[in-house]
Write a protein that binds this ligand. Structure first.
Ligand SMILES: O=C(O)CCC(=O)C(=O)O
Ligand SMILES: [Fe+2]
Length: 717
């Protein structure tokens, strides 16, 4: 039963045989028989993300896997330090004691950095074709003892050196191979096997050869240029373009962990063109239905540099759909605010650098035994999706980030690859991921600005301060590499629209309300524009003939503009540059400040072009929204209470009420003399639009108490 089930699952392999190798029915049946003889042995002391990836790929092809060393302490060293791996030989040796059938075929393979790219039948077929009893993976580079180079037999084509990360052979031969092992756990397995291989007698008696052309095993170290992804119908494998082979096993040996992570985002069926992401809904941790059992999260908010729209950030934070009782906040502000905003701002944490601040945040989670996750968010992140935290937790990863980009740019909070010196490099799939042509969960080398990390990762044996410390890398990159060194995959998901990242590079802090100047860098509509009601929706409001009235700016935007003008303070009357024309020769000057006086001309034009021009062009077709004059007028009973009748030097005029009649002032309003019609019940943030030169002779009515502000723009002057 087992056999026939495998037969089914492996029909892709069947096609492979038919097309490329004209296999006979007899040998096919023989391979079926061999499949039952195959056992995969691997060593994994911990169930890391890499181990899970390996097991998933093994399951895809129905490999029978036995895991050795589970729960044992790993003494085998790390590829970064010294040679090691002796522990694997010891474990194999004792595992072979349990193997009773001498003709059992053992595939011994690493797991954390390995994925299967194809199934057992193809592997066994290639093993048969190798005509040896033991076949080792091959390597481009000799390691650990390069003095042994000359002793290696030459090969006609392909790689000359032995790799201990993967080999296949008959149980009896392997038993002979490890029989002399008496090394320590941190002795080099590779050196041990190499010495057997370069000894002609041993090589012959154990019957060892190398898979020089990577037909079975692809070691990536020293071979990165040889390997490409090969997308097939509903599956993905690696192709070695140097030898034109399709390796069955891909191994990110040595310093190629990031490359196997990249390939492992696809191989064997993680993401394909036909299916999209196949792992995205596996192994979830559903939260819906739970109430108080939501996992406790410490959320760290970091303000590292002057950032626009901080208020909006916190408003969005309140909208996050997560039980507030399960959420603790850590807020760090490194920006000292100046001037009038200080009373509403946060206090600065003097003397605390960004690294210390992040550690303080982590400590808050570490110190709380209940804390399950740390959700780190920098303040330039615009969390548009209210379910972000929930979605991330449900993905059930050690580390996962929502993909966020800067609108209209390829800039995101993740890197698809690293350059040789550890900085940014673009992966082949980066643009497709950013632009949503490939949707899924991606194992990437670097993430910043916003991520969810399990408390276990923070509580690991690493000392707190070490997380960010590296002699060569900046703290964020050091953090990422420390996380990865723990065997934790850093995932980023683009399955949902989570939000975006603000541009902070050109944020000017010289104004009172700097956010008003952000329309080019960060056109955050919400802050400026009343999108609740589209202007077009209100076009029917026509208080006087040819006068249109519609909401446009938010109360906040209006208030900030007034404050900005008052802060500037140089209100001017007669002799000013504007030229409202009366019937005669005399100007009708106002107490005003022009937008260009506060360097707001460009931004104001942009507002009007973007949000008002669509309305004007509909109501007054054929006129373009060009501006010359734009200014804020101030009316006060004891200063300038009114504006006597005049024509504007415009084709039409836009007059925005910046504050509220009945609240901030009494009286005021515009009267159109020809129609004996006035608009007095203006609303803050609403715009009046009327013809200027010809028909709409008009006046500004008397302000009897308080101060009235309007923003006037002469269009098509
Ligand atoms: O006070 C008003 O609403 C009218 C203002 C006006 O006509 C102008 O500034 O040109
Ligand atoms: Fe006017």
């Amino acid at each position: 039963v087992e056999e026939s089930r495998r037969f089914h699952a492996a029909d892709v392999d069947l096609r492979f045989f038919k097309k490329d190798h004209r296999i006979t029915l007899m040998s096919f049946l023989f391979l079926l028989f061999l499949t039952g003889k195959l056992l995969v042995l691997t060593v994994a002391t911990k169930e890391t993300d890499g181990f899970k990836r390996f097991m998933r790929s093994a399951k895809q092809f129905n490999y029978t896997v036995k895991v050795l060393g589970r729960g044992e302490k790993w003494n085998g060293g790390s590829y970064l330090s010294a040679p090691g791996g002796g522990q694997k030989v010891r474990l194999l040796k004792s595992a072979l004691d349990d193997v009773k059938e001498e003709d059992k075929i053992i595939l011994f393979i690493d797991s954390y950095d390995v994925v299967f790219s194809s199934g057992p039948k193809e592997l066994l077929k290639k093993f048969q074709q190798a005509r040896h009893k033991v076949v080792f993976s091959s390597e481009t580079l000799i390691w650990p003892d390069r003095h042994l180079e000359d002793k290696h037999p030459h090969v006609r084509e392909g790689k000359r050196f032995l790799g201990a990360g993967g080999y296949i052979g008959y149980a009896s031969n392997l038993r002979e191979m490890v029989s002399d092992w008496s090394g320590k756990d941190d002795d080099s397995d590779q050196l041990y096997y190499t010495k057997l291989y370069i000894d002609p007698e041993k090589r012959k008696s154990i019957n060892i050869t190398l898979d020089s052309k990577c037909r079975m095993f692809q070691n990536l170290h020293g071979a990165l240029d040889e390997v490409v992804l090969k997308f097939e119908d509903g599956r993905v494998r690696a192709r070695n373009v140097m030898y034109d082979t399709l390796p069955v096993i891909v191994h990110g040996n040595g310093p190629t962990k990031l490359q196997i992570n990249y390939l492992g985002n696809y191989i064997p069926k993680v993401w394909t063109f036909e299916t999209g992401c196949t792992v995205c809904n596996e192994d979830l941790r559903p939260l819906s239905g739970l109430k108080s059992e939501y996992p406790p999260v410490v959320m760290g908010i970091f303000i590292q540099q002057p950032t626009p729209f901080v208020t909006v950030f916190f408003e969005r934070l309140l909208q996050l759909r997560y039980p507030k009782s399960r959420l603790s906040l850590f807020i760090y502000n490194q920006v000292r605010r100046r001037g009038p905003q200080v009373q509403g701002g946060f206090s600065a944490n003097d003397g605390v650098d960004p690294v210390t601040s992040r550690n303080m945040g982590f400590d808050m989670c570490r110190a709380d035994v209940d804390c399950e996750y740390f959700f780190s968010v920098d303040v330039e992140v615009v969390l548009k999706n209210e379910d972000t935290l929930k979605i991330l937790i449900e993905h059930n990863k050690m580390f996962i980030a929502p993909m966020m980009n800067k609108p209209g740019r390829l800039w995101t909070n993740f890197w698809g690859a690293l350059s040789a010196d550890g900085y940014y490099a673009r992966s082949e799939d980066y643009v497709d991921i950013v632009q949503g042509r490939r949707v899924g969960i991606w194992n990437v080398p670097y993430v910043s600005l916003v991520y969810l990390v399990r408390a276990d990762v923070l509580r690991s044996e690493l000392k707190a301060a070490d997380l960010f410390q590296s002699p060569t890398l900046d703290p964020d990159m050091a953090f990422c590499s420390k996380v990865r060194d723990q065997g934790v995959f850093m995932y980023v998901t683009n399955m949902y629209n989570f939000g975006r990242v603000l541009n902070t590079e050109n944020y000017q802090t010289k104004h009172l309300h700097n956010d008003l100047w952000q329309i080019f860098e960060n056109p955050l509509r919400l802050l400026f524009i009343k999108i609740l009601f589209s202007p077009l929706f209100f076009l029917s409001i026509q208080p006087c003939p040819d006068v249109y009235w519609f909401p446009i700016f938010t109360e906040v935007a209006c208030r900030h503009l007034i404050e900005e003008m008052e802060n500037y303070g140089q209100w001017s009357g007669g002799g000013n540059v504007d030229t409202r024309i009366q019937g005669g020769y005399e100007n009708v000057p106002t107490i005003d400040i022009h937008m260009n006086q506060i360097n707001f001309q460009k931004e104001w034009h942009k507002f009007l072009l973007e949000y008002v021009a669509p309305v004007t062009e509909k109501m007054f077709p054929g006129y373009y929204t060009r501006f010359d004059l734009a200014f804020v007028v101030r009316y006060k009973p004891d200063e300038q209470p009114l504006l006597r009748p005049h024509h504007d030097a415009s084709t039409f005029t836009i007059n925005v009420a910046l504050n509220q009649v009945g609240v901030d002032f009494q009286g005021g309003g515009s009267r159109f003399l020809r129609y004996n019609c006035s608009v007095q019940a203006t609303k803050q943030g609403w715009a009046l639009m009327h013809p200027g030169r010809l028909t709409h002779y008009h006046e500004g009515l008397r302000t009897t108490a308080g101060t009235r502000y309007i923003a006037v723009s002469f269009v098509d002057p």
